[in-house]
Design a protein around this ligand. Structure first.
Ligand SMILES: NC(=O)c1ccc[n+]([C@@H]2O[C@H](COP(=O)([O-])OP(=O)(O)OC[C@H]3O[C@@H](n4cnc5c(N)ncnc54)[C@H](O)[C@@H]3O)[C@@H](O)[C@H]2O)c1
Ligand SMILES: O=C(O)C[C@H](O)C(=O)O
Length: 308
């Protein structure tokens, strides 16, 4: 199993590290445009192999896509992150050009690959990859919901004063400060609806804290987060590589599902060796449907800024 990660920055390197530590891939190629940067990150990570007990070979490359040839899975984390006070949507001007070039180079060298898009604004960047490559929709996956759901579970566990392993929940919708739809109604603590344990007001607070999860970290760190994003990407990569058939909310092209068309947005999908093997249609109530519709309108508006 060969995995390429483009962008050896904070998220790319974190993602490569988690993939290596989980020890399911034979090779991870880290590629960056900055001279020597990916080679340096790869060497540093390889020097953790004997300490962390993995056999995955990590190779660095300065913009040489021949090294990525034959990748089963390619992750795109190249592009600029936001600074405090910015929205993800403001990154479109620079990141669209980067994602378009990078995805074209990747497909040229690995025509059978599955692409996971991470660069922001992620739903729109995923849509861009659809519009500019001829990969089937099952092989273009946007990562956002896996991360947002992890943050949702963190906030739920905090509110419930329960261990995170006892908590389950999912966030669908767009990966943006206003577009996320945390499904509080379906969240559980060891199979019991969380509303049995906390008030509606506290649950509303959990929802709002989840939606601004990325912005909160950006304010604290001065740039956006990387540990949880890297771990979330590695989870998707592992689900595909190991044909796990796990359900993660991912951004995928919708063609009528959830009453939505011609956009990529987060919905639950089954991930296996073929990429997105099934879109799972949840029975949403009227309020959830309305949130999803608003979210889709936001994503479509951002898609309109692309030069297609
Ligand atoms: N979808 C998500 O949930 C999620 C989570 C975290 C970050 N992100 C996004 O991921 C992106 C990367 O974030 P980061 O913190 O790692 O940023 P970073 O600045 O640390 O790293 C980005 C890297 O991309 C490289 N790069 C730029 N143009 C390139 C090109 N054409 N080819 C190859 N490499 C190129 C840069 O040299 C840099 O090393 C940002 O757009 C950020 O918003 C998304
Ligand atoms: O918040 C960001 O800009 C980065 C990423 O989308 C995140 O949610 O951490």
């Amino acid at each position: 199993m060969k995995v390429t990660v483009v962008g050896a920055g904070a998220v790319g390197a974190s993602c490569a590290e988690y993939i290596a530590i989980k020890n399911f891939a034979s090779e991870v190629v880290l590629l960056d445009i900055k001279e020597g940067y990916a080679e340096g990150k790869a060497m540093d990570l390889m020097q953790t192999a004997s300490l962390n007990g993995f056999d995955t070979r990590i190779v660095g490359s300065t913009n040489d896509y021949s090294k990525t040839a034959g990748s089963d899975i390619c992750v795109i984390t190249s592009g600029i992150p936001r600074k405090p006070g910015m929205t993800r949507e403001e990154l479109i001007g620079i990141n669209a050009g980067i994602v378009k070039t990078v995805s074209s180079n990747l497909v040229q060298h690995s025509p059978d690959t599955i692409i996971i898009v991470v660069s922001n604004p992620m739903d729109t960047m995923t849509y861009l990859v659809h519009k500019t490559t001829d990969l089937p929709k099952s092989r273009i996956i946007g990562m956002g919901g896996a991360l947002d759901s992890a943050r949702f579970k963190y906030r739920l566990a905090e509110a419930l004063e329960a261990p995170i392993s006892d908590v389950d929940g999912m966030v669908i919708g767009g990966h943006s400060d206003t577009g996320m739809v945390p499904l509080t109604r379906m969240a559980t603590r060891n199979s019991v609806p969380v509303s049995e344990f906390i008030s509606d007001e506290r649950l509303e607070q959990v929802k709002e804290d989840t939606k601004v999860g990325g912005a909160t970290l950006t304010k604290l760190l001065g740039t956006s987060a990387w540990y949880a994003p890297g771990a979330a990407v590695s989870g998707l990569v592992q689900a595909i590589a190991c044909d796990q058939k796990k359900i993660y909310p991912c951004s995928t092209l919708l063609e009528g599902e959830y009453g939505l068309n011609d956009l990529c947005i987060g919905v639950p999908v089954v991930l296996g060796r073929n990429g997105i093997e099934k879109i799972v249609e949840l029975e949403l109530n009227d309020a959830e449907k309305a949130h999803m519709k608003n979210s889709a309108e936001g994503v479509t508006k951002t898609n309109g800024l692309l030069n297609l």
